[in-house]
Design a binder for this molecule. Structure first.
Ligand SMILES: Nc1ncnc2c1ncn2[C@@H]1O[C@H](COP(=O)(O)OP(=O)(O)O)[C@@H](O)[C@H]1O
Ligand SMILES: [Mg+2]
Length: 323
């Protein structure tokens, strides 16, 4: 079950929540459940309407997250669908009205609920709100190591994680698994969904690098990685690329899971296969798919989402990677 924080009401409903299938058909007046996540920097808000459960997120990285959702879609990576609800549209007003009204009703006599209400009101106080499909799963950070190892083995999980790593390389998204970045990563941004038997990527954002030495260095690392993955392609099973072997070692630390022990040594080759297939797909995107991405950034720029530099920066900086 998604990690939820206290909102003064019974939150067990989330454990059995059914995802809404159509994010463009939300009847806000039927909203009957609201909960906040207890993880993430600002986190998300879970909502249930007549058509099912979905996630809303008010954040400063709207353009980066919208663009990333589009990129994940064209690359065929499993990630929640996303859409924007923008001020001063009718739906933006409905969202604000019904979410706030619901929380107010619940929190009249409960100080904990009042705290959640203030948090939600702060997050919603933005001109653009993201709506995501709900993933009925659990963050990898919350899974017992043996269970996680078992699940990854049986679900094409390592290949899926490799695919997500490739997405992150293209986006310069360091907030998941340490690959080209010197951080510990954050495996909470990978979820495992039992009913779909799949690993799902959440919370991806494109982080553009201003032109100059920093961007050139990054692009050089990406090129090196692509060469490394391709060079070792014929011998993947016996000897995965050093970067991939290192990735597996770091994943072992980040998710406390001994992948190789659980997967008879095939974890690294599978991860490499997943990465390589997505990097190849990105390099050969059809002009129609590239058009979809550039249209998305144009739209975001026109809506002045996240500031012109962010949306425009995503387009400019990714151009050498998505030709
Ligand atoms: N689409 C989703 N479906 C289910 N749970 C989600 C979804 N998006 C986020 N969550 C839950 O909310 C937490 C915080 O969301 P996230 O987007 O990672 O926020 P932040 O940007 O603040 O890190 C996640 O770790 C996950 O538990
Ligand atoms: Mg997160």
């Amino acid at each position: 079950m998604a990690a939820v924080g206290g909102s003064g009401e019974d939150e067990s409903w989330l454990a059995t929540a059914t995802p809404a299938t159509d994010l463009f058909d939300i009847r806000w007046s039927s909203l009957d459940k609201v909960a906040t996540s207890d993880s993430g920097s600002a986190g998300v808000i879970f909502c249930r309407c007549a058509s099912g459960t979905f996630v809303i997120k008010g954040c400063a990285t709207v353009a980066q997250e919208m663009f990333s959702a589009q990129l994940a879609r064209v690359l065929g990576i499993r990630a929640p669908r996303a859409r924007l609800v923008s001020w001063p549209g009718n739906e933006w007003q409905m969202l604000q009205k019904h979410v706030k009204r619901h929380l107010l009703r619940r929190g009249l006599n409960d100080p904990k609920a009042a705290t959640v209400r203030r948090k939600v009101e702060k997050e919603l106080d933005r001109p653009h709100i993201l709506i995501f499909g709900f993933v009925p799963g659990v963050g990898l950070d919350r899974m017992a190591p043996q269970v996680l190892a078992e699940k990854l083995k049986g679900s094409g999980g390592m290949r899926a994680i490799g695919a997500v790593c490739a997405l992150d390389v293209i986006l310069n998204n360091a907030d998941r698994l340490p690959l080209l970045w010197n951080n510990n990563g954050n495996v909470a941004n990978l979820m495992f969904c039992e009913s779909w038997n799949q690993v799902i990527a959440i919370d991806q954002a494109a982080f553009s690098i201003p032109s100059g030495a920093g961007r050139n260095d990054y692009l050089r690392s990406v090129r090196q990685l692509c060469e490394e993955l391709c060079v070792s392609s014929s011998t993947t099973a016996e000897a995965p690329s050093p970067t991939v072997a290192q990735m597996c070692a770091r994943l072992r630390v980040a998710a406390a899971v001994d992948l190789d022990a659980s997967d008879k040594g095939s974890a690294a080759p599978l991860l490499q296969e997943g990465m390589r297939s997505i990097l190849c797909r990105a390099a050969c995107l059809s002009s129609a798919d590239v058009g979809i991405l550039w249209n998305a950034t144009d739209e975001l720029s026109r809506a002045e989402v996240g500031g012109e530099t962010h949306a425009w920066g995503s387009q400019m900086w990714l151009a050498p990677l998505l030709r």
